[in-house]
Design a binder for this molecule. Structure first.
Ligand code: FA5
Length: 331
């Protein structure tokens, strides 16, 4: 019995003195494992008088349970102490500001084009696409430019060869539609145009236009003005008004430039937006459209102009540069 108490107190003492899980596990196998000292006591049972054996066995079992219990408690304490050290070492500072993802957004010119698209689709115009790399025929001939007419000098562009050029105006879509369809139609297109231009605050070699035209019975300047006023009102507010002044484009007769004004924007001044007019009868006749029955209007405008006016930007060049400090101001 003495040996039991000696071994038990040696085991409890060692367990109490051990601080790591590793040391405790070693003690467990030393005292409680299969060939450990406490189970080893059972092997001495044969040397004990028969009548003392039950009490001896019981005493060994009780000592084993106490050592087992002390071991479990010490192991749990050592584990949590070791975990605390590990957690501290792996601590994340969740108070650090997170890196913001750089979310994309639509370009201000794209937003403007989307808005214009909505306006014209809302008025019953059909959106169409037309090539940027265009045939000379559609960019000039089909639009009633006589050969070598000086009006073409205003629209010098980049030629791929004698026949193919980068279009100077979205009006180039007209010839394609006149060839393919019979009136009535209301069409518009939006896209890039190119001109061999001395680049400055208001001119670029690459810019965007919307071009709109309608051919039907009895279409007049009044329909043109109404349509432009609707556009102006949606883009610049209810009070926007439109002014016409005579201008020349070979493909319209009469031809005008149009400007808009609103009391709230541009200090009430007139701001020119683009050119317009009634489609020249020469063009309609060229495509076999009966000018006794049908007439049409057309107008075009520069897209860059709109955010420039609405947002007070006095130079169009940054719209085409990729400087996020500039572009991210616009939503
Ligand atoms: C035209 O391009 C005609 N096609 C418009 C038209 C259509 C008239 C239908 C009649 C009937 P203009 O060359 O004025 O016209 O250009 C129209 C608009 O495009 C200009 O008011 C301007 O806003 C824009 N624009 C023209 N050239 C440039 C350029 N180099 N850089 C930026 N914007 C330009």
């Amino acid at each position: 019995m003495d040996s039991i108490a000696t071994i038990e107190s040696a085991a409890l003492g060692s367990i109490a003195g051990a601080s790591s899980t590793e040391a405790l596990k070693a003690l467990h196998s030393q005292f409680l494992g299969k060939s450990g000292s406490i189970p080893g006591l059972m092997k001495t049972l044969g040397t004990i008088p028969a009548d003392e054996r039950p009490a001896f066995g019981k005493a060994v079992n009780e000592a084993k349970m106490r050592v087992e219990e002390a071991y479990e408690l010490a192991l749990a304490a050592a584990k949590s102490a070791e975990q605390a050290i590990q957690f501290e070492a792996e601590r994340l500072d969740i108070t650090m500001p997170a890196r913001q993802p750089n979310a994309g957004r639509e370009h201000i010119l794209q937003l403007t084009m989307n808005r214009i698209k909505e306006v014209f689709v809302g008025m019953g115009f059909e959106y169409g696409e037309s090539p940027e790399l265009e045939d000379f025929k559609y960019n000039f001939d089909a639009l009633n430019y006589p050969p070598d007419h000086p009006a073409m000098d205003d629209q010098d562009t980049f030629y791929i060869n004698d026949k193919l050029l980068l279009r100077t105006q979205c009006t180039a879509m007209q010839g394609h539609i006149f060839e393919e369809r019979e009136p009535p139609f209301r069409m518009f297109t939006i896209g890039k145009c190119f001109r061999n231009e001395a680049v400055d605050r208001t001119h670029s070699h690459t810019f965007h236009q919307v071009d709109v035209f309608m051919v039907d019975e009895g279409v007049s300047m009044a329909n043109l003005k109404w349509t432009l006023r609707e556009l102006a009102r949606t883009m610049f507010g209810e009070e926007a008004t439109v002014r016409f002044r005579p201008d020349f484009f070979p493909f319209v007769e009469p031809g005008v430039d149009y400007a808009i004004s609103t009391p709230k924007l541009f200090n009430g001044k007139w701001v020119e937006l683009g050119g317009a007019g009634l489609i020249h009868p020469n063009i309609l006749e060229k495509y076999g459209i009966d000018t006794e029955k049908y007439s049409g209007f057309a107008f075009g405008l520069g897209i860059e102009r709109i955010p420039m006016m609405a947002r007070g930007v006095d130079d169009l060049r940054p719209f085409m540069d990729n400087d996020f400090r500039f572009l991210s101001q616009f939503r």
